[in-house]
Ligand binder design. Structure first.
Ligand code: NAD
Length: 494
Protein backbone atom coordinates (compact mmCIF):
# COMPACT_ATOMS: atom_id res chain seq x y z
CA UNK A 1 0.00 0.00 0.00
CA UNK A 2 1.27 3.48 -0.85
CA UNK A 3 0.38 5.19 2.43
CA UNK A 4 1.50 8.65 1.36
CA UNK A 5 -0.80 8.63 -1.68
CA UNK A 6 -3.68 7.28 0.40
CA UNK A 7 -3.00 9.94 3.04
CA UNK A 8 -3.11 12.71 0.46
CA UNK A 9 -6.56 11.52 -0.62
CA UNK A 10 -8.14 11.61 2.89
CA UNK A 11 -11.22 13.83 3.01
CA UNK A 12 -11.43 15.06 6.58
CA UNK A 13 -14.89 15.31 8.07
CA UNK A 14 -14.46 16.28 11.70
CA UNK A 15 -17.66 17.58 13.20
CA UNK A 16 -20.10 16.37 15.84
CA UNK A 17 -21.95 13.13 15.04
CA UNK A 18 -25.28 13.35 16.85
CA UNK A 19 -28.44 11.28 16.32
CA UNK A 20 -26.81 9.28 13.54
CA UNK A 21 -25.55 12.15 11.40
CA UNK A 22 -22.75 14.65 11.06
CA UNK A 23 -23.57 18.31 11.58
CA UNK A 24 -21.28 21.31 12.03
CA UNK A 25 -21.12 22.65 15.57
CA UNK A 26 -23.48 25.43 16.57
CA UNK A 27 -20.34 27.35 17.55
CA UNK A 28 -19.37 27.95 13.93
CA UNK A 29 -15.80 27.84 15.16
CA UNK A 30 -12.97 25.66 13.91
CA UNK A 31 -9.46 24.77 14.92
CA UNK A 32 -6.62 23.15 13.02
CA UNK A 33 -4.93 19.86 13.75
CA UNK A 34 -1.28 19.36 12.85
CA UNK A 35 0.39 16.22 11.58
CA UNK A 36 3.10 15.56 14.20
CA UNK A 37 5.27 13.76 11.65
CA UNK A 38 5.65 16.93 9.56
CA UNK A 39 4.14 19.75 11.65
CA UNK A 40 2.10 20.70 8.60
CA UNK A 41 -1.60 21.53 9.20
CA UNK A 42 -3.73 18.44 8.67
CA UNK A 43 -7.43 19.18 9.09
CA UNK A 44 -10.06 21.62 10.28
CA UNK A 45 -12.04 20.49 13.29
CA UNK A 46 -15.49 21.83 14.04
CA UNK A 47 -15.15 23.01 17.64
CA UNK A 48 -18.06 21.60 19.62
CA UNK A 49 -20.01 23.87 21.95
CA UNK A 50 -21.96 23.55 25.18
CA UNK A 51 -25.13 23.60 23.06
CA UNK A 52 -23.83 20.60 21.06
CA UNK A 53 -23.24 18.69 24.28
CA UNK A 54 -26.76 19.56 25.48
CA UNK A 55 -28.20 18.39 22.19
CA UNK A 56 -26.20 15.13 22.21
CA UNK A 57 -27.21 14.37 25.81
CA UNK A 58 -30.87 15.13 25.01
CA UNK A 59 -30.79 12.69 22.07
CA UNK A 60 -28.91 10.05 24.07
CA UNK A 61 -31.52 10.37 26.85
CA UNK A 62 -34.38 10.05 24.37
CA UNK A 63 -32.83 6.93 22.82
CA UNK A 64 -32.19 5.44 26.23
CA UNK A 65 -35.77 6.02 27.34
CA UNK A 66 -37.36 4.69 24.16
CA UNK A 67 -35.61 1.36 24.81
CA UNK A 68 -34.38 0.89 21.23
CA UNK A 69 -31.05 -0.32 22.64
CA UNK A 70 -31.42 -0.59 26.41
CA UNK A 71 -34.39 -2.96 26.15
CA UNK A 72 -32.96 -5.24 23.47
CA UNK A 73 -31.99 -8.67 24.74
CA UNK A 74 -28.30 -8.81 25.71
CA UNK A 75 -27.86 -11.42 22.96
CA UNK A 76 -29.10 -8.97 20.29
CA UNK A 77 -26.79 -6.26 21.62
CA UNK A 78 -23.91 -8.73 21.48
CA UNK A 79 -24.70 -9.54 17.84
CA UNK A 80 -24.51 -5.86 16.90
CA UNK A 81 -21.21 -5.44 18.77
CA UNK A 82 -19.75 -8.48 17.02
CA UNK A 83 -20.81 -7.00 13.69
CA UNK A 84 -19.20 -3.71 14.71
CA UNK A 85 -15.96 -5.58 15.49
CA UNK A 86 -16.04 -7.12 11.99
CA UNK A 87 -16.66 -3.69 10.43
CA UNK A 88 -13.68 -2.22 12.30
CA UNK A 89 -11.53 -5.01 10.86
CA UNK A 90 -12.94 -4.35 7.37
CA UNK A 91 -12.10 -0.62 7.70
CA UNK A 92 -8.79 -1.10 9.50
CA UNK A 93 -6.62 0.58 6.87
CA UNK A 94 -8.72 3.75 6.90
CA UNK A 95 -8.88 3.83 10.71
CA UNK A 96 -5.15 3.12 11.06
CA UNK A 97 -4.28 5.88 8.63
CA UNK A 98 -6.45 8.43 10.50
CA UNK A 99 -4.80 7.53 13.81
CA UNK A 100 -1.32 7.58 12.30
CA UNK A 101 -1.76 10.97 10.65
CA UNK A 102 -3.35 12.57 13.70
CA UNK A 103 -1.01 11.34 16.43
CA UNK A 104 2.06 9.98 14.65
CA UNK A 105 1.61 6.31 15.50
CA UNK A 106 3.67 4.09 13.19
CA UNK A 107 1.27 2.72 10.60
CA UNK A 108 2.08 -0.90 11.41
CA UNK A 109 1.20 -0.36 15.07
CA UNK A 110 -1.93 1.57 14.08
CA UNK A 111 -3.00 -1.38 11.90
CA UNK A 112 -2.58 -3.71 14.87
CA UNK A 113 -4.70 -1.41 17.06
CA UNK A 114 -7.50 -1.23 14.48
CA UNK A 115 -7.27 -4.70 13.00
CA UNK A 116 -6.52 -6.73 16.15
CA UNK A 117 -6.71 -5.03 19.54
CA UNK A 118 -9.89 -2.94 19.15
CA UNK A 119 -11.94 -5.85 17.69
CA UNK A 120 -10.50 -8.29 20.25
CA UNK A 121 -11.67 -6.04 23.08
CA UNK A 122 -15.08 -5.43 21.54
CA UNK A 123 -15.70 -9.15 21.02
CA UNK A 124 -14.72 -9.79 24.60
CA UNK A 125 -17.36 -7.37 25.94
CA UNK A 126 -19.94 -8.74 23.48
CA UNK A 127 -19.29 -12.16 25.01
CA UNK A 128 -20.06 -10.82 28.48
CA UNK A 129 -23.30 -9.07 27.48
CA UNK A 130 -25.55 -11.98 28.48
CA UNK A 131 -23.54 -12.94 31.56
CA UNK A 132 -24.45 -10.00 33.75
CA UNK A 133 -26.27 -12.31 36.15
CA UNK A 134 -28.08 -11.00 39.20
CA UNK A 135 -28.71 -12.80 42.50
CA UNK A 136 -31.81 -13.88 44.37
CA UNK A 137 -32.43 -14.59 48.02
CA UNK A 138 -35.53 -16.21 49.61
CA UNK A 139 -36.00 -14.04 52.69
CA UNK A 140 -38.88 -16.06 54.13
CA UNK A 141 -41.49 -18.48 52.86
CA UNK A 142 -43.44 -15.61 51.27
CA UNK A 143 -40.69 -13.22 50.32
CA UNK A 144 -38.23 -13.33 47.48
CA UNK A 145 -35.62 -10.65 46.81
CA UNK A 146 -33.91 -10.21 43.44
CA UNK A 147 -30.89 -8.12 42.64
CA UNK A 148 -30.60 -7.35 38.93
CA UNK A 149 -28.26 -5.16 36.89
CA UNK A 150 -29.72 -2.29 34.90
CA UNK A 151 -27.87 0.01 32.51
CA UNK A 152 -27.08 3.36 34.09
CA UNK A 153 -28.52 5.51 31.29
CA UNK A 154 -26.55 8.21 29.48
CA UNK A 155 -22.78 7.75 29.72
CA UNK A 156 -20.40 10.66 29.15
CA UNK A 157 -17.00 9.43 27.95
CA UNK A 158 -13.79 11.44 27.52
CA UNK A 159 -10.68 9.91 25.92
CA UNK A 160 -7.01 10.79 25.26
CA UNK A 161 -4.99 10.56 22.05
CA UNK A 162 -2.46 7.81 22.66
CA UNK A 163 -4.48 4.86 21.27
CA UNK A 164 -7.35 6.72 19.54
CA UNK A 165 -9.47 3.83 18.19
CA UNK A 166 -8.70 1.57 21.15
CA UNK A 167 -9.54 4.32 23.65
CA UNK A 168 -12.91 4.90 21.95
CA UNK A 169 -13.73 1.18 21.88
CA UNK A 170 -12.59 0.86 25.52
CA UNK A 171 -15.38 3.21 26.57
CA UNK A 172 -18.09 2.23 24.08
CA UNK A 173 -17.65 -1.57 24.32
CA UNK A 174 -18.66 -2.16 27.94
CA UNK A 175 -21.08 0.80 28.03
CA UNK A 176 -23.00 -0.44 24.97
CA UNK A 177 -22.86 -4.11 25.98
CA UNK A 178 -24.55 -3.13 29.26
CA UNK A 179 -27.34 -1.28 27.38
CA UNK A 180 -26.42 2.39 27.84
CA UNK A 181 -26.38 5.27 25.38
CA UNK A 182 -23.25 7.40 25.04
CA UNK A 183 -21.90 10.86 24.36
CA UNK A 184 -18.19 10.49 23.59
CA UNK A 185 -15.63 13.29 23.47
CA UNK A 186 -12.39 12.12 21.88
CA UNK A 187 -9.14 14.03 22.24
CA UNK A 188 -9.02 17.18 20.11
CA UNK A 189 -5.73 15.85 18.69
CA UNK A 190 -7.20 12.62 17.32
CA UNK A 191 -10.99 12.70 16.88
CA UNK A 192 -11.38 10.97 13.49
CA UNK A 193 -11.34 7.28 14.37
CA UNK A 194 -13.97 7.81 17.09
CA UNK A 195 -16.20 9.45 14.46
CA UNK A 196 -15.58 6.49 12.16
CA UNK A 197 -16.52 4.13 14.99
CA UNK A 198 -19.85 5.96 15.44
CA UNK A 199 -20.59 5.72 11.72
CA UNK A 200 -19.77 2.01 11.69
CA UNK A 201 -21.97 1.49 14.77
CA UNK A 202 -24.96 2.64 12.69
CA UNK A 203 -24.01 0.19 9.96
CA UNK A 204 -23.75 -2.57 12.57
CA UNK A 205 -27.40 -1.96 13.55
CA UNK A 206 -26.87 0.17 16.64
CA UNK A 207 -29.65 2.78 16.36
CA UNK A 208 -28.78 6.41 15.59
CA UNK A 209 -28.45 8.50 18.74
CA UNK A 210 -27.19 5.58 20.87
CA UNK A 211 -23.54 6.48 20.22
CA UNK A 212 -22.95 10.21 19.75
CA UNK A 213 -19.58 11.94 19.36
CA UNK A 214 -18.96 15.62 20.11
CA UNK A 215 -15.63 16.91 18.80
CA UNK A 216 -13.85 19.80 20.49
CA UNK A 217 -11.65 20.86 23.35
CA UNK A 218 -11.58 19.70 26.94
CA UNK A 219 -12.11 23.28 28.11
CA UNK A 220 -15.50 23.45 26.39
CA UNK A 221 -16.89 20.03 25.45
CA UNK A 222 -15.09 18.04 28.18
CA UNK A 223 -16.19 20.36 30.97
CA UNK A 224 -19.75 20.59 29.63
CA UNK A 225 -20.02 16.81 29.62
CA UNK A 226 -18.44 16.30 33.03
CA UNK A 227 -20.74 18.84 34.69
CA UNK A 228 -23.88 17.94 32.76
CA UNK A 229 -26.89 17.43 35.02
CA UNK A 230 -28.37 14.69 32.85
CA UNK A 231 -25.31 12.46 32.40
CA UNK A 232 -25.60 9.38 34.62
CA UNK A 233 -21.94 8.32 34.69
CA UNK A 234 -18.75 9.95 33.44
CA UNK A 235 -15.99 7.66 32.25
CA UNK A 236 -12.64 9.37 31.79
CA UNK A 237 -9.25 8.28 30.51
CA UNK A 238 -6.48 10.86 30.59
CA UNK A 239 -4.05 12.59 32.90
CA UNK A 240 -4.39 12.58 36.67
CA UNK A 241 -4.60 16.39 36.70
CA UNK A 242 -7.66 16.35 34.43
CA UNK A 243 -9.12 13.36 36.28
CA UNK A 244 -9.10 15.41 39.49
CA UNK A 245 -10.93 18.25 37.73
CA UNK A 246 -13.52 15.76 36.48
CA UNK A 247 -14.17 14.62 40.05
CA UNK A 248 -14.75 18.22 41.11
CA UNK A 249 -17.09 18.86 38.18
CA UNK A 250 -19.10 15.79 39.08
CA UNK A 251 -19.31 16.88 42.70
CA UNK A 252 -20.41 20.38 41.75
CA UNK A 253 -23.13 19.13 39.36
CA UNK A 254 -25.31 16.06 39.86
CA UNK A 255 -22.77 13.92 41.77
CA UNK A 256 -22.60 11.43 38.91
CA UNK A 257 -20.35 8.43 39.54
CA UNK A 258 -17.00 8.60 37.79
CA UNK A 259 -14.64 5.98 36.35
CA UNK A 260 -11.06 7.25 36.14
CA UNK A 261 -8.19 5.71 34.18
CA UNK A 262 -5.35 8.16 34.74
CA UNK A 263 -1.58 8.38 34.63
CA UNK A 264 1.16 6.03 35.76
CA UNK A 265 4.87 5.71 36.53
CA UNK A 266 5.22 1.98 36.65
CA UNK A 267 8.28 0.13 37.97
CA UNK A 268 10.10 -2.88 36.54
CA UNK A 269 11.85 -4.67 39.40
CA UNK A 270 14.66 -7.00 38.27
CA UNK A 271 16.23 -9.40 40.78
CA UNK A 272 19.63 -11.02 40.36
CA UNK A 273 18.28 -14.54 39.80
CA UNK A 274 17.02 -13.91 36.27
CA UNK A 275 18.87 -16.17 33.88
CA UNK A 276 18.50 -14.36 30.59
CA UNK A 277 19.41 -10.72 31.02
CA UNK A 278 19.21 -10.13 27.26
CA UNK A 279 15.58 -11.19 27.15
CA UNK A 280 14.85 -9.03 30.20
CA UNK A 281 16.58 -6.05 28.57
CA UNK A 282 14.46 -6.51 25.41
CA UNK A 283 11.27 -6.55 27.45
CA UNK A 284 12.31 -3.64 29.71
CA UNK A 285 13.09 -1.41 26.74
CA UNK A 286 9.95 -2.38 24.84
CA UNK A 287 7.76 -1.74 27.86
CA UNK A 288 9.26 1.73 28.43
CA UNK A 289 9.40 2.86 24.80
CA UNK A 290 6.55 1.38 22.79
CA UNK A 291 4.18 3.98 21.36
CA UNK A 292 7.11 6.41 21.90
CA UNK A 293 6.65 6.00 25.65
CA UNK A 294 3.14 7.46 25.43
CA UNK A 295 1.44 4.62 27.31
CA UNK A 296 -0.28 4.94 30.69
CA UNK A 297 1.22 1.62 31.77
CA UNK A 298 4.72 2.35 30.38
CA UNK A 299 7.28 0.91 32.79
CA UNK A 300 9.54 3.95 32.96
CA UNK A 301 11.31 3.20 36.26
CA UNK A 302 13.81 0.36 36.08
CA UNK A 303 14.80 -0.92 39.53
CA UNK A 304 17.65 -3.40 39.24
CA UNK A 305 19.44 -5.43 41.89
CA UNK A 306 22.82 -3.80 42.55
CA UNK A 307 24.80 -6.85 41.40
CA UNK A 308 23.28 -6.85 37.90
CA UNK A 309 22.47 -3.18 37.45
CA UNK A 310 25.51 -2.13 35.43
CA UNK A 311 25.29 -5.05 33.04
CA UNK A 312 21.55 -4.64 32.58
CA UNK A 313 21.92 -0.92 32.03
CA UNK A 314 24.53 -1.52 29.33
CA UNK A 315 22.17 -3.92 27.54
CA UNK A 316 19.24 -1.55 27.93
CA UNK A 317 21.15 1.40 26.46
CA UNK A 318 22.33 -0.73 23.53
CA UNK A 319 18.73 -1.62 22.71
CA UNK A 320 17.24 1.82 23.37
CA UNK A 321 19.69 3.27 20.79
CA UNK A 322 17.98 1.11 18.18
CA UNK A 323 14.67 2.95 18.69
CA UNK A 324 15.33 5.59 16.05
CA UNK A 325 12.38 7.85 15.29
CA UNK A 326 11.26 7.54 11.69
CA UNK A 327 8.40 8.45 9.37
CA UNK A 328 5.27 6.72 10.72
CA UNK A 329 3.93 6.09 7.20
CA UNK A 330 6.87 3.86 6.41
CA UNK A 331 5.70 0.27 7.08
CA UNK A 332 9.09 -0.68 8.54
CA UNK A 333 8.92 2.07 11.20
CA UNK A 334 8.47 0.90 14.77
CA UNK A 335 9.15 4.20 16.55
CA UNK A 336 7.51 7.40 15.33
CA UNK A 337 7.28 11.04 16.41
CA UNK A 338 5.62 12.22 19.61
CA UNK A 339 1.95 13.12 19.24
CA UNK A 340 2.25 16.91 19.16
CA UNK A 341 4.62 19.86 19.50
CA UNK A 342 3.22 20.32 23.02
CA UNK A 343 4.20 16.78 23.91
CA UNK A 344 7.72 17.40 22.55
CA UNK A 345 8.09 20.53 24.71
CA UNK A 346 6.89 18.62 27.77
CA UNK A 347 9.39 15.79 27.29
CA UNK A 348 12.21 18.23 26.52
CA UNK A 349 11.48 20.21 29.69
CA UNK A 350 11.62 17.05 31.82
CA UNK A 351 14.94 15.98 30.29
CA UNK A 352 16.37 19.43 31.04
CA UNK A 353 15.07 19.28 34.62
CA UNK A 354 16.69 15.86 35.07
CA UNK A 355 20.06 17.10 33.84
CA UNK A 356 19.84 20.20 35.99
CA UNK A 357 19.04 18.11 39.05
CA UNK A 358 22.22 16.07 38.50
CA UNK A 359 20.94 12.91 36.84
CA UNK A 360 23.31 11.31 34.34
CA UNK A 361 21.95 10.80 30.82
CA UNK A 362 23.70 7.57 29.80
CA UNK A 363 21.74 7.88 26.59
CA UNK A 364 20.67 11.36 25.52
CA UNK A 365 18.20 11.23 22.67
CA UNK A 366 18.17 13.90 19.98
CA UNK A 367 15.17 16.21 19.79
CA UNK A 368 14.07 17.55 16.40
CA UNK A 369 12.78 21.08 16.94
CA UNK A 370 10.87 21.62 13.69
CA UNK A 371 9.43 19.72 10.74
CA UNK A 372 8.38 16.74 12.88
CA UNK A 373 8.10 16.00 16.62
CA UNK A 374 10.84 13.37 16.64
CA UNK A 375 12.38 12.63 20.03
CA UNK A 376 14.82 9.74 20.46
CA UNK A 377 14.97 7.82 23.77
CA UNK A 378 16.82 9.11 26.82
CA UNK A 379 18.00 6.86 29.67
CA UNK A 380 18.91 8.40 33.03
CA UNK A 381 21.19 6.84 35.61
CA UNK A 382 22.11 8.27 39.03
CA UNK A 383 18.64 9.54 39.72
CA UNK A 384 17.11 10.33 43.10
CA UNK A 385 13.55 9.60 44.04
CA UNK A 386 12.68 13.27 44.59
CA UNK A 387 13.67 14.29 41.03
CA UNK A 388 10.74 15.19 38.79
CA UNK A 389 11.95 12.70 36.14
CA UNK A 390 11.45 9.90 38.69
CA UNK A 391 8.31 11.27 40.33
CA UNK A 392 6.19 12.52 37.43
CA UNK A 393 4.61 10.80 34.48
CA UNK A 394 6.59 12.19 31.51
CA UNK A 395 4.59 10.34 28.83
CA UNK A 396 7.52 10.13 26.46
CA UNK A 397 10.62 8.00 25.75
CA UNK A 398 12.49 8.58 29.03
CA UNK A 399 13.63 5.74 31.30
CA UNK A 400 15.07 6.21 34.81
CA UNK A 401 17.28 3.54 36.37
CA UNK A 402 17.79 2.91 40.10
CA UNK A 403 19.33 0.05 42.06
CA UNK A 404 18.41 -1.78 45.27
CA UNK A 405 20.17 -4.18 47.62
CA UNK A 406 17.36 -6.02 49.40
CA UNK A 407 13.82 -7.16 48.71
CA UNK A 408 12.49 -4.65 51.25
CA UNK A 409 14.33 -1.84 49.47
CA UNK A 410 12.92 -2.97 46.12
CA UNK A 411 9.37 -2.88 47.50
CA UNK A 412 9.89 0.54 49.05
CA UNK A 413 11.25 1.96 45.77
CA UNK A 414 8.48 0.37 43.71
CA UNK A 415 5.90 1.98 46.01
CA UNK A 416 7.64 5.36 46.16
CA UNK A 417 5.21 6.91 43.68
CA UNK A 418 1.83 8.57 43.83
CA UNK A 419 0.68 6.26 41.00
CA UNK A 420 -0.63 2.71 41.18
CA UNK A 421 -1.30 1.43 37.70
CA UNK A 422 1.08 -1.44 36.98
CA UNK A 423 4.36 -3.13 37.95
CA UNK A 424 6.52 -5.95 36.64
CA UNK A 425 8.69 -8.15 38.85
CA UNK A 426 11.44 -10.26 37.29
CA UNK A 427 12.50 -13.23 39.39
CA UNK A 428 12.66 -17.00 39.18
CA UNK A 429 11.80 -17.24 42.88
CA UNK A 430 8.01 -17.58 42.87
CA UNK A 431 7.78 -17.07 46.63
CA UNK A 432 9.43 -13.70 46.18
CA UNK A 433 7.20 -13.02 43.18
CA UNK A 434 4.12 -13.64 45.33
CA UNK A 435 5.44 -11.42 48.13
CA UNK A 436 6.05 -8.56 45.75
CA UNK A 437 2.70 -9.04 44.02
CA UNK A 438 1.07 -8.52 47.42
CA UNK A 439 3.29 -5.70 48.60
CA UNK A 440 3.40 -3.48 45.50
CA UNK A 441 0.42 -1.14 45.49
CA UNK A 442 -0.65 -1.25 41.84
CA UNK A 443 -3.67 -2.70 40.07
CA UNK A 444 -1.91 -4.80 37.44
CA UNK A 445 1.19 -6.79 38.39
CA UNK A 446 3.18 -9.14 36.19
CA UNK A 447 5.57 -11.62 37.76
CA UNK A 448 7.86 -12.82 35.01
CA UNK A 449 10.41 -15.58 35.00
CA UNK A 450 11.48 -15.20 31.39
CA UNK A 451 11.34 -12.78 28.50
CA UNK A 452 8.46 -14.58 26.82
CA UNK A 453 4.86 -13.63 27.52
CA UNK A 454 1.49 -14.31 25.99
CA UNK A 455 0.38 -10.75 25.35
CA UNK A 456 -3.20 -11.68 24.38
CA UNK A 457 -4.06 -13.35 27.65
CA UNK A 458 -4.77 -10.34 29.85
CA UNK A 459 -7.40 -8.73 27.70
CA UNK A 460 -10.56 -10.11 29.27
CA UNK A 461 -9.32 -9.93 32.86
CA UNK A 462 -10.29 -6.77 34.58
CA UNK A 463 -7.99 -4.68 36.72
CA UNK A 464 -8.47 -1.54 38.76
CA UNK A 465 -5.99 1.30 38.96
CA UNK A 466 -5.05 2.60 42.40
CA UNK A 467 -3.89 5.80 44.08
CA UNK A 468 -3.49 8.72 41.65
CA UNK A 469 -3.93 6.35 38.68
CA UNK A 470 -7.68 6.31 39.22
CA UNK A 471 -10.37 3.78 40.12
CA UNK A 472 -12.98 1.51 38.60
CA UNK A 473 -12.73 -1.41 36.18
CA UNK A 474 -13.62 -1.42 32.52
CA UNK A 475 -12.36 -4.73 31.16
CA UNK A 476 -14.22 -8.01 31.35
CA UNK A 477 -17.44 -8.68 33.24
CA UNK A 478 -16.50 -6.09 35.86
CA UNK A 479 -16.48 -3.54 33.04
CA UNK A 480 -20.14 -4.24 32.32
CA UNK A 481 -20.87 -4.07 36.05
CA UNK A 482 -19.20 -0.64 36.23
CA UNK A 483 -21.53 0.63 33.52
CA UNK A 484 -24.59 -0.88 35.27
CA UNK A 485 -26.37 -0.25 38.50
CA UNK A 486 -27.98 -2.74 40.85
CA UNK A 487 -31.69 -2.79 41.46
CA UNK A 488 -33.14 -4.77 44.31
CA UNK A 489 -36.76 -5.93 43.98
CA UNK A 490 -38.60 -7.75 46.74
CA UNK A 491 -41.74 -9.83 46.09
CA UNK A 492 -43.78 -10.58 49.17
CA UNK A 493 -47.24 -11.76 50.09
CA UNK A 494 -49.01 -15.09 49.99
P1 NAD B 1 -5.55 14.97 29.14
O1 NAD B 1 -5.96 14.75 30.55
O2 NAD B 1 -4.91 16.24 28.78
O3 NAD B 1 -6.84 14.87 28.18
C1 NAD B 1 -7.66 13.73 28.15
C2 NAD B 1 -9.03 14.13 27.64
O4 NAD B 1 -9.62 15.03 28.58
C3 NAD B 1 -9.01 14.87 26.31
O5 NAD B 1 -10.13 14.47 25.54
C4 NAD B 1 -9.13 16.33 26.73
O6 NAD B 1 -9.71 17.15 25.75
C5 NAD B 1 -10.05 16.22 27.92
N1 NAD B 1 -9.95 17.33 28.89
C6 NAD B 1 -8.87 18.14 29.10
N2 NAD B 1 -9.16 19.02 30.09
C7 NAD B 1 -10.43 18.76 30.49
C8 NAD B 1 -11.28 19.31 31.50
N3 NAD B 1 -10.89 20.33 32.29
N4 NAD B 1 -12.51 18.78 31.68
C9 NAD B 1 -12.91 17.74 30.91
N5 NAD B 1 -12.16 17.18 29.94
C10 NAD B 1 -10.92 17.68 29.74
O7 NAD B 1 -4.66 13.72 28.73
P2 NAD B 1 -3.95 13.45 27.33
O8 NAD B 1 -2.74 14.30 27.23
O9 NAD B 1 -4.96 13.49 26.24
O10 NAD B 1 -3.52 11.91 27.51
C11 NAD B 1 -2.40 11.50 28.21
C12 NAD B 1 -2.79 11.01 29.59
O11 NAD B 1 -3.74 9.95 29.49
C13 NAD B 1 -1.63 10.42 30.35
O12 NAD B 1 -1.62 10.94 31.65
C14 NAD B 1 -1.92 8.93 30.37
O13 NAD B 1 -1.36 8.22 31.43
C15 NAD B 1 -3.40 8.92 30.39
N6 NAD B 1 -3.92 7.61 29.95
C16 NAD B 1 -4.34 6.72 30.91
C17 NAD B 1 -4.79 5.45 30.53
C18 NAD B 1 -5.24 4.43 31.55
O14 NAD B 1 -5.86 3.45 31.15
N7 NAD B 1 -4.96 4.62 32.83
C19 NAD B 1 -4.82 5.11 29.17
C20 NAD B 1 -4.39 6.03 28.24
C21 NAD B 1 -3.93 7.29 28.64
Amino acid sequence: MNWRETAAAVRWNIKPFIDGRFSASTSNEYFETVNPATEVPLSRVSAGSVADVDQAVRIARRRFDDGCWSELSPGRRAQALLKLADLIVAHRTEIALLDSLEMGKPIRAALRDAGELAPLLLRSWAGFADKLLGTSAPLSGHTLSLNTYEPRGVIGAITPWNFPIVNAVYKCGPALAAGNTIVLKPSELSPSSALKLAELALEAGIPGGVLNVVTGTGATVGIALAQHMDVDLLSFTGSTATGRKILELSGRSNGKPVLLECGGKSPQVVFDDVDDLDAVADAVVHSALWNQGQVCGAHTRLLAHETIKDELLRKVVMRAKEYRPEDPLNEATTFGPLASPGQRSRVKAYIEQGLKAGAQAVLKGSIQEAGGCYVAPTVFDRVASEMSIVRDEIFGPVLCVQSFATEAEAIAQANATEYGLAATVWTRDLGRGKRLARAVRAGNIAVRTSGKEDSGSGVVLSRAPRKASGFGSELGLEGLQSYSTLKSVTFSGA
